[in-house]
Design a protein around this ligand. Structure first.
Ligand SMILES: C[S@@+](CC[C@H](N)C(=O)[O-])C[C@H]1O[C@@H](n2cnc3c(N)ncnc32)[C@H](O)[C@@H]1O
Length: 200
């Protein structure tokens, strides 16, 4: 049976939004996952992290470093799927430069508000942040050269829908630089139904 049939996806989304609204609004709190600039530094983020404003970096909640798969090239068009408060988007915006463009999408409005404020503080004009859901992207076919995503797809039950959308919006020859959590063994039915296990 598909995972989406086993859990209440709308309830799961509302719990995820609550969790990440809190990461956005109370970044000093202890979460069950690591957060903040020091965590990104531990992950060996590229030097562009230093210029990412604190209001974004303090709410960084990635699981690994997608730039360890390679730097982005000047002029590239980038989608940051589940951008959160915008750390990866703002690192990417510095790498692709004025000829490039970064679009961050996320479903949690509090995260997007921080990302937009941080972009303004950095003076980055080649980045925009859009509210939306990863399973239904409001972008034209073949409109990006690179997809970045960090700690997002593991939170989404319908992974086939996400990857179908990513393949649709990537231009031919495009690439995905995804940092995420994977598992080696099947999760029990009881585990799959436990919303608390999904939200972290
Ligand atoms: C673990 S945080 C990572 C945020 C950011 N990538 C970072 O590295 O700091 C996961 C983010 O994914 C977003 N998210 C989760 N499910 C989503 C979905 N179906 N569509 C869009 N965003 C989603 C959450 O709102 C949250 O901001």
């Amino acid at each position: 049976m598909a995972v989406e049939a086993e859990i209440d996806v709308e309830l799961l989304k509302s719990e995820i939004k609550k969790t990440y609204a809190s990461v956005s609004e109370e970044p000093e709190k202890d979460f069950i996952f690591p957060t903040g600039r020091a965590w990104a530094e531990d992950l060996d983020y590229p030097h562009e992290l230093a210029r990412v404003p604190e209001r974004a970096a303090e709410s960084f909640a990635g699981v690994a470093n997608p730039f360890s798969l390679g730097r982005l090239e000047p002029g590239e068009r980038v989608l940051d799927l589940g951008c959160g408060a915008g750390t990866d988007s703002l690192v990417a915006a510095q790498m692709v430069g004025e000829q490039g463009h970064v679009t961050g999408i996320d479903m949690t409005p509090q995260m997007l508000a921080k990302a937009r404020a941080a972009a303004a503080e950095l003076g980055a004009t080649n980045v925009e942040f859009v509210e939306g859901e990863a399973e239904r992207l409001a972008f034209a076919d073949e409109s990006f050269d690179v997809v970045l995503s960090n700690g997002v797809i593991d939170l989404i039950p319908d992974k086939d829908a996400v990857f179908a959308e990513l393949h649709r919006v990537l231009a031919p020859g495009g690439r995905m630089q995804i940092a995420d959590v994977t598992i080696q063994n099947p999760v029990s039915e009881e585990g799959r139904r436990d919303i608390d296990l999904w939200t972290g």
